[in-house]
Design a protein around this ligand. Sequence first.
Ligand code: ZN
Length: 115
Amino acid sequence: MSECPTHGALLGGYVLGSLEPAEMDEMRRHVAGCPHCGPEADKLGGLPGERMYELWCVRGDGRWVSGGTFRTAASGRAEAMLTAAVRPGDYHVMVVTRHIDGEHGPALLRGELRY
Ligand SMILES: [Zn+2]
């Protein structure tokens, strides 16, 4: 499935819930009818439940800084409190990975941060 030409850049942030409220509303309407974003959001939306994950902030130089770990509910949804010291502008991307025995796996979700 090719990336959506108009809304592809917003999809990661939408799935992570990190967009502005107005953008979240726009994406909710868009994803419902878009042949690119709909299937992609289904694939990304929700992480397998009752597992540990780690939230990462990615700096401009590409370095990952851990923002803490969280556990998903059986539904695959979770809320996480970001604990990294974030100065506006330092980080532009957030990433979620599995967290197993203190080690992290590859990026499962990725979203742009907007300030
Ligand atoms: Zn789309």
